[in-house]
Design a protein around this ligand. Structure first.
Ligand SMILES: [Zn+2]
Length: 425
């Protein structure tokens, strides 16, 4: 594993001499995770058309009323005023998405990076926790650890930065805040939002070396993210010998999924696919959602590439679902899977002839987007509707060919969606 060097930092050496500066104390010495490899090296992708995923309505209202749920403190180095303003906009989206009692300290650099690299970021180390709300013997990204422990982690070596992030000062950036970059520019807000997502905990410990040997644990300890990854036959990634070539094969088998129940609930009861291409790509593989599955969707933020003309200002329901499962609390309340899952949505009649009625048991009068997709993946109907006491009617369906269809219902406020099979006859 010579290509992946994960030295114990000086932080570890200072652990036995730490002092706690806040009024809180910790009668527990955490294990410390450090890595010399950035969690993410975010590359510019190809132009895939103009794609604009705006902020959710609830984030727009919270930002307008300063209704933040966490406090980010950013140290800017080398930023232009417009880059700093766009960065702050991305920070405000996260601070109205997740809850922490502790300040989240970000060190942000704006400087030339390698060609094609837009940015890179990671948590400044990670710690284990013996808190009753934490899983024992797994590492938590520093900002998440502080949230769970309800205290700062400065004590460990005197370092205060939670997230380190670097952004290219030479990329062709779009600094607008409206999620509408032109076809030749990269949306800076989206890239910052993505990198902060990694810093908040969207990363695992996996790597594969030149001999095909895969490794996940650091000092025999995995990261909380690793505990939610499994392959297509439900074998946990942590069940494979670590390190081993068999594990390397799993990490490069294009068959990894997230088994977080909340993320699955946010993905129409389908396990979200992870990016696990046949060739290991350090900084892209494993710690992203699959590009091909989620490109252009509300869940595209944490995919490994972003093209010019593409913007996503929504952390995305599956990312927030995984975050909630990992220990974050979601600003505005829990992602209530029960209120909007397959069991709570009833479509009748099914089979149908000319009309269907969709009943959502929460009874809310929310706005929904309805898409009807045929078995060849073609979109045959796309309508926006407002539910009346949880009920929506779709009529004039006579023109459809008799066949099986997938009805995808998306709550346009929360971004949650579910898909039902329906039959026309
Ligand atoms: Zn990334």
């Amino acid at each position: 594993m010579n290509s992946i060097i994960k030295p114990l930092s000086v932080i570890g050496l200072l652990l036995c001499a730490y002092t706690v500066t806040s009024q809180e104390t910790l009668d527990f010495v955490p294990e410390v995770y450090t890595s010399s490899e950035p969690t993410c090296v975010f590359y510019q992708g190809e132009f895939n058309g103009l794609i604009s995923i705006p902020r959710s309505q609830s984030i727009v209202s919270k930002m307008a009323s300063s209704g933040s749920c966490s406090n980010f403190i950013v140290t800017y180095n080398g930023f232009t005023p417009e880059a700093e303003a766009a960065f702050q906009f991305a920070v405000d989206i996260w601070s109205t998405s997740i809850i922490s009692s502790q300040p989240i300290r970000v060190a942000a650099e704006f400087s030339p990076l390698a060609p094609g690299v837009l940015g890179s970021a990671g948590s400044n180390s990670a710690f284990t926790s013996n808190n009753p709300n934490a899983v024992p013997n797994v590492f938590y990204a520093r900002a998440l650890w502080e949230k769970i422990e309800d205290m700062e982690s400065d004590a460990f070596g005197g370092v205060t930065t939670d997230i380190n992030a670097s952004f290219s000062s030479t990329a062709n950036w779009y600094y607008g805040l409206d999620a509408n970059p032109p076809a030749n520019q990269i949306d800076f807000v989206s890239v910052v939002l993505h990198e902060l997502g990694h810093g908040l905990g969207f990363f695992g410990g996996a790597s594969v070396d030149g001999t095909g040997e895969g490794e996940i644990r650091f000092n025999n300890v995995p990261i909380i993210y690793d505990t939610f990854i499994e392959n297509g036959t439900d074998d946990a990634i942590l069940s494979f010998t670590d390190p081993s070539v068999a594990l390397g094969d799993q990490l490069t088998g294009n068959d990894l999924f997230c088994n977080s129940a909340i993320a699955i609930g946010q993905n129409g009861n389908v396990s979200p696919r992870m990016f696990a291409p046949g060739t290991w790509n350090q900084g892209s593989s494993y710690s992203h959602w699959n590009e091909a599955t989620f490109n252009g969707t509300i869940n595209s933020l944490m995919t490994p590439q972003i093209g010019p003309g593409e913007a996503n200002h929504n952390p995305g329901p599956i990312t927030l679902g995984l975050f909630e499962q990992m220990g974050w609390s979601i600003c505005g309340g829990t992602l209530t899977v029960e209120e909007f899952d397959l069991a709570s949505v009833n479509v009748s009649p099914n089979p149908f002839m000319s009309a269907i009625t969709i009943k959502i048991t929460n009874g809310f009068s929310n706005d929904y987007n309805l898409e009807l997709i045929d078995i060849n993946g073609r979109l045959v109907l796309n309508e926006s509707k407002t539910a009346v006491n949880g009920e929506i009617t779709l009529s004039n369906l006579d023109r459809l060919t008799n066949a099986l269809y997938f009805l995808k219902l998306t709550d346009t406020t929360s971004g949650q969606s579910i898909t039902k099979k329906i039959v026309k006859n």
